[in-house]
Design a protein around this ligand. Structure first.
Ligand code: GLA
Length: 391
């Protein structure tokens, strides 16, 4: 479904269910991660982009203290009282994203809001593809509810509110990348984020390049512990480096590759392997920024391939399906670079491609993937697009 159609469906459903027009409607997109993997919670750098698919959230205040959430995509309705807003452990766990966002927009005291709200939401971000459908829902919720409740948080604070919803309601200890990309995305541009200073810069991409997302059908679920264990290893490594390096180290952002080489011997083997990934990724993003400035897409693409190798060998957050997609991409001259995008362990690969050859590229990758896994990947050309907004 195209965005306009999703908007029409969501707003029509709101009027049908609640008998009046919604007072606030917001849109927030999903994102692709282009370079810089698992660097956000290490206070590092990332290149990402908002995509042209997202979530629409239509809402009005309720007359009483009830909260009603209609999820169009799954055809379910969740209700509770303001005093009952809390993480959902079983059943309609999708409600954790809007509920958690509302909870933290109200600074952790939803019962203090005089009135509840009623909402309908729906979107077109493919689920489980590593395109951050959950961040899209959180950011659309945040913008619409901010209007209804008259709060005035800036974009970064709203992104952090969504992240807190992930941590405390959905149970995923993610960084800020997904929410920030959804908020700060811009048409035809990459977002270059610095997660130490929380500065988000847009870098224009010429029309001669595009991204192709290739969705494997491998499982992608960040809540099941693999993501958390990677994050823990990075934090353990940062503590170790803080002890051995004669400088201030709070996160892996502070450790250079040369320091890792010299001091890795004091770390357990697995922790050392995990740590080198974000350290290398930070260097690649900074190098990539210089290459983009010079218009060197080949050079930038080579860094994307390096990024995937680092995931494959050191961080071990790739899988057979993602490796097969990247290996197939390497044989196609019109693909500049390819790597897994997002948390990993399944989901999608992000390819930097010449858009004129999109069909050929999709066909070749699908053919090879099918021969190997007897299954079709989903290939979609992605246009970097504008970030979240209130309609
Ligand atoms: C997921 C998380 C992000 C980030 C990426 C990996 O998308 O939600 O915060 O850590 O994985 O770069």
């Amino acid at each position: 479904m195209q965005n306009q159609e999703v908007y029409d469906t969501v707003t029509a459903k709101f009027s049908e269910v609640f008998g009046s027009k919604a007072d606030a409607v917001a849109y927030a997109p999903g994102r692709i991660e282009v370079l810089g993997n698992h660097t956000d919670y290490n206070e590092g750098y990332v290149f990402s982009a908002a995509i042209d698919k997202g979530t629409f959230f239509a809402a009005s205040l309720a007359d009483d203290d009830s909260v009603t959430l209609v999820a169009l995509d799954v055809g379910e309705t969740f209700t509770c009282r303001l005093s009952e807003v809390a993480p959902i452990k079983e059943g309609m766990t999708w409600a954790n994203y809007p509920l958690g966002t509302f909870n933290w927009l109200m600074e952790g005291s939803p019962a203090k809001a005089n009135k509840g709200f009623k909402a309908v939401f729906g979107g077109n971000v493919p689920l489980g593809a590593g395109l951050s459908s959950s961040a899209a829902l959180e950011m659309a919720t945040a913008l619409a509810l901010q209007k209804l409740y008259g709060t005035s948080f800036d974009k970064t604070t709203l992104a952090k509110i969504g992240q807190k919803a992930e941590h405390t309601f959905a149970g995923c200890p993610c960084g800020l990348l997904d929410q920030a990309s959804s908020m700060y995305g811009a048409e035809g541009a990459l977002v270059k984020s610095d997660f130490r200073t929380n500065e988000f810069e847009t870098v224009a991409m010429g029309p001669s390049v595009a991204f192709m997302m290739v969705k494997s059908n491998a499982k992608h679920a960040l809540v099941d512990g693999a993501y958390a264990s990677r994050r823990q290893a990075c934090e353990d490594a940062a503590k170790y480096f803080a002890g051995v390096l004669r400088k201030n180290v709070t996160h892996l952002r502070d450790v250079t590759m040369a320091e890792w080489v010299l001091y890795r011997g004091g770390l357990p083997e697995t922790t050392a392997k995990r740590a080198v990934h974000p350290i290398g990724e930070d260097e690649r993003v900074l190098q990539g920024a210089q290459l983009l400035e010079k218009g060197d897409l080949k050079g930038f693409g080579a860094l994307m391939y390096d990024s995937h190798e680092s995931s494959r060998n050191w961080f071990e957050n790739s899988c057979e399906e993602l490796d097969a997609i990247v290996d197939a991409a390497k044989a196609i001259p019109e693909v500049y670079g390819a790597r897994l995008s997002g948390g990993g362990f399944g989901g999608s690969c992000c390819l930097l491609v010449e858009p004129a050859y999109a069909d050929k590229i999709a066909e070749q990758i699908s053919r090879e993937y099918k021969a190997r896994f007897n299954d079709e990947p989903v290939c979609s050309l992605i246009k970097p697009s504008k970030g979240a907004y209130l309609i």
